[in-house]
Design a protein around this ligand. Structure first.
Ligand code: NAD
Length: 243
């Protein structure tokens, strides 16, 4: 493991363009369940697609808002962990650093990461269904109507089957095309388009790194670090400090 960590660290230098993609696994150590976590308790009987889709919302807005309200409560009760903090420090250390996250919890920003691309939105915001007017969560978490156009407010999150913000897609595409190394951290590689990023970079002949605590989750990266995200990131970071 030490050799592997040192090899990865040797690819991270000030003149390198580094792209990091994070998924729910990086926030698991902050106590936020991943989508496929049995600790979802009473929500485990629903498929993510039933709760995180336009169809699900149209069928039962209260159910969907309840679920997001519950998730947001968990986020509000949590703090960024060492993994988020290492990545925030890398943004300072490496001028060509891009952080892309599939997470909607805002913990990267809370850890100090500025300019993280939140490709799936942010759970702390609402926007209205018809026009995209922004709003904040009502204290009771119940479905509410937009103050400007009257349509229902929904979480400002990209749901299954929805398109990503074209501005974000443009920034991501540029970062992937021009990067020198790509790291995917705590993501199952099941949700597209993010699931395709590693292969896209690999096709350009650039090194790829996967950090995941599940040994079965290696998609064929050049470097697979089978460890919890914070442990792996702290270990890589300490090699940078000592080199
Ligand atoms: P996922 O739930 O599909 O997969 C999580 C991955 O993280 C798994 O491969 C798991 O083995 C790994 N993992 C779990 N704990 C880890 C740890 N401590 N260290 C390293 N790896 C760990 O998540 P996904 O790939 O991000 O895709 C699911 C979708 O749901 C995404 O859009 C995601 O953003 C969203 N989601 C977000 C949050 C959040 O904002 N925190 C939480 C759940 C789901």
């Amino acid at each position: 493991m030490k050799d592997l960590i040192q090899k990865v660290a040797s690819h991270l230098a000030a003149d390198r363009r580094i792209v990091v993609l994070t998924g729910a696994g990086i926030s698991a150590e902050s106590g936020i369940p991943t989508f496929r976590d049995p600790s979802e308790g009473l929500w485990a009987r629903f498929r993510p697609e039933e709760l995180a889709s336009v169809e699900g919302f149209q069928k039962d807005p209260k159910l969907v808002m309840d679920w997001y309200f519950w998730r947001r409560e968990k986020v509000l009760a949590s703090k960024p962990n060492a993994g988020h903090q290492v990545l925030a420090s890398w943004a300072q250390k490496f001028p060509g650093f891009t952080l892309i996250t599939q997470n909607v919890d805002g913990l990267h920003e809370q850890a100090g990461s500025r300019n993280a691309i939140e490709m799936h939105g942010n759970i702390h915001r609402l926007r209205c269904f018809n026009k995209g007017h922004r709003g904040s969560w009502p204290l009771n978490g119940l479905p509410a109507n937009c103050a400007e156009c009257g349509s229902l407010m929904r979480p400002d999150i990209v749901w299954f089957g929805e398109s990503l913000d074209p501005e974000n897609l443009k920034k991501i595409s540029h970062a992937l095309q021009t990067c020198d190394i790509f790291l995917a951290i705590g993501t199952s590689g099941l949700v597209y388009p993010a699931a395709g990023y590693l292969q896209a970079v690999a096709r350009l002949g650039k090194p790829t790194v996967v950090i995941n605590k599940d040994p079965a989750s290696d998609p064929g990266a050049n470097f697979f670090i089978n460890a919890p995200a914070s442990e792996a990131l702290l270990a890589i970071d300490s090699c940078l400090i000592n080199s």
